[in-house]
Design a binder for this molecule. Structure first.
Ligand code: SF4
Ligand code: SF4
Length: 128
């Protein structure tokens, strides 16, 4: 099964790691909640965002941390760490059945994010 490399610049997230890496074990990309669909990049969101300023969320984040050999090995040799990606944005051209994203890389961003809705998948491309 394909899995994109995740680049993320959301440095307010407790999963964020310098080098624009995400150290979550798994992330979930969702549609905007209000409409339940995505027409443009801003309608997508990383549901796995955890505000690093919130202690309660910090505990949630630790449950989803990629603390296996992968991450320590990555720190040692600078290899890219990447979470498993599941995506529910089924009108994106990279979306495949079973919530798979078949892009080779996704870019998640959101300046000064305080909640999941402040984050977006920049790689979203609406299906024709
Ligand atoms: S916002 Fe999402 S992709 Fe970015 S570091 Fe947090 S969990 Fe990972
Ligand atoms: S590129 Fe499309 S399918 Fe992949 S995670 Fe982003 S919105 Fe989902």
């Amino acid at each position: 099964m394909s899995n994109p490399i995740v680049k993320c610049s959301v440095d307010q997230c407790s999963h964020y790691m310098p080098g624009d890496q995400c150290m979550a074990a798994k992330i979930s990309i969702y549609n905007e909640e209000a409409t339940g669909k995505s027409e443009q990049v801003k309608d997508t969101q990383c549901k796995s965002f955890h505000d690093r300023k919130t202690m309660g969320d910090m505990i949630g984040a630790l449950h989803n941390a990629n603390i296996g050999g992968t991450i320590s090995a990555a720190f040692m040799d600078g290899t890219q760490v990447t979470p498993e990606v599941e995506c529910f944005v089924n009108n994106c051209s990279y979306w495949q059945g079973n919530n798979v994203c078949n892009a080779s890389q996704i870019d998640v961003f959101g300046a000064n994010a305080a909640k999941t809705d402040d984050t977006d998948c920049r790689t979203f491309k609406k299906k024709n």
